[in-house]
Design a protein around this ligand. Structure first.
Ligand code: KG4
Ligand code: ZN
Length: 414
């Protein structure tokens, strides 16, 4: 079995006795017969070390996660070598915990699925090299996973959803609108032209020094903004949603971030406080940013729904819109999207918040989906590389822009 030495961060092959002890530690019952396919999923693409064991019916047999949020909050953002080190220190324990909780023997796994793209190179590398060693030792098939595809398909674990459906993926690293036509069949309708919404919220939260706020000190930036916005008045400031005149499904968040920065600077002057102290109007600013972001997300998603219906890519009635990724755990954004789905005869589905943020379950489930469809299941591990940058599906965003669909105004009373 694999042992990751904490100091050197390298793998070595332990003695037979250690292997026996490792296997015994799973409480596995030799007489048990596993009829279902069972996949171990491993996720290290960003700042969470996560693993889970999921069976074909969507039962989560075991899971474990180590979040680095608190460490990165202190350094004011993710420092890739620090993230890599933390993945190295935790991956063995996290995988072991997920397997132990599942009470299955590693030999009963049908395959091992691991995120190999897109993400931070240093982080992806830890998960991939650990997984390949495990695959080699257990002699199991390997299923490379696209992180964003996994976010998109998580909903099929929690709800009965058939293809095709529309998905809005909003996280700290991504902002994508895609039509999901099959397990690995995606049409990309639009994406962020600059930063992702979670990144923007993290930056605003940092600029507002929310880490010093007693109620938000351990929360991710996005969660802190959502929390504080509940106490704020979104009408206090007026920010125009970005890309107002571009009739496509692309997104932009840097403009919103800069306008917010200016408001913060002005308020600091007015209130006579230094950068780094908490403004009395922080909650109003959080509420305004959250609302403007929600309106922008709704507008672009509205156009995507109209485009897909116009081209018969989605059914006219009861089409499904899925929202996932860390930012989709935000209930204000969910309510905004619900206004849209009610107005367009669609149904909004979101995974529970803990499955919206990064986790091992979505990776294991994507492995199950691929195993069932017979897609991308590898029996040799030669030449497998991680890919920090990787697009999602076939990009038809130009065609969407050329359709130049005008979107009717919705009353966003959230
Ligand atoms: O999907 P995720 O866990 O990791 C990435 O793949 O990026 O998303 C993390 C992002 C962070 O930017 C975090 O601030 C944001 O999701 N986030 C939220 C909320 N919870 C996490 N944003 C808005 N509201 C939340 N409740
Ligand atoms: Zn993610």
């Amino acid at each position: 079995m694999l042992i990751l030495t904490k100091t050197a961060g390298v793998f070595f092959k332990p003695s037979k006795r250690k292997v026996y002890e490792f296997l015994r530690s799973f409480n596995f019952h030799p007489g048990t017969l596993f009829l279902h396919k069972i996949v171990l999923g491993i996720e290290t693409s960003c700042d969470d070390t996560a693993a889970a064991v999921v069976d074909e019916t969507g039962n989560v047999l075991g899971e474990a996660i180590h979040s680095q949020t608190e460490v990165h909050l202190k350094t004011g953002g993710i420092v890739p070598p620090a993230a890599q080190q933390l993945h190295r220190e935790n991956i063995q324990r996290i995988v072991q915990e997920a397997l132990s909780a599942s009470r299955i023997s590693p030999s009963d796994l049908s395959a091992i699925a691991t995120t190999i793209k897109p993400g931070l190179a240093l982080s992806l590398g830890v998960g991939l090299s650990f997984s390949l060693q495990l695959v080699g030792q257990l002699k199991k098939p390997f299923i490379p996973i696209h992180h964003m595809e996994a976010h998109a398909l998580t909903i099929r674990l929690t709800n009965k959803v058939e293809f095709p459906f529309l998905v809005l993926l909003i996280s700290g690293g991504h902002c994508l609108l895609a039509l999901v036509q099959g397990v690995s069949d995606f049409l990309l309708l639009g994406k962020s032209l600059d930063i992702a919404p979670g990144d923007m919220l993290d930056k605003v939260a940092r600029r507002l020094s929310l880490i010093k706020h007693p109620e938000c000190s351990t929360m991710s930036g996005g969660k802190a903004i959502e929390h504080l916005a509940k106490q704020g008045n979104r009408f206090h400031f007026d920010i125009k949603p970005p890309l107002h005149h571009a009739k496509n499904c692309d997104f932009s968040f840097t403009g919103l971030q800069h306008v917010t920065d200016k408001i913060i600077m002005k308020k600091e002057k007015e209130e006579g406080i230094e950068k780094g102290q908490i403004l009395s109007s922080a909650a109003d600013i959080a509420a305004t940013v959250q609302h403007t972001m929600a309106c922008h997300l709704v507008k672009r998603t509205h156009r995507a729904i109209l485009f897909c219906k116009q081209r018969d890519l989605l059914p006219q009635n009861n089409a499904v819109l899925v929202a996932s990724g860390g930012v989709a755990s935000n209930f204000y954004i969910r309510r905004a999207l619900e206004i849209l789905t009610n107005a367009t005869q669609c149904t909004l589905l979101c995974p529970p918040p803990r499955l919206c943020t990064d986790n091992g379950i979505m990776i294991a489930w994507n492995g199950i989906e691929r195993l069932r469809a017979g897609l991308g299941v590898l029996h040799g591990i030669e030449g497998i590389r991680y890919e920090p940058k990787c697009p999602l599906g076939v990009d038809i965003s130009k065609e969407v822009g050329e359709a130049s669909i005008k979107v009717p105004q919705l009353k966003m009373e959230i």
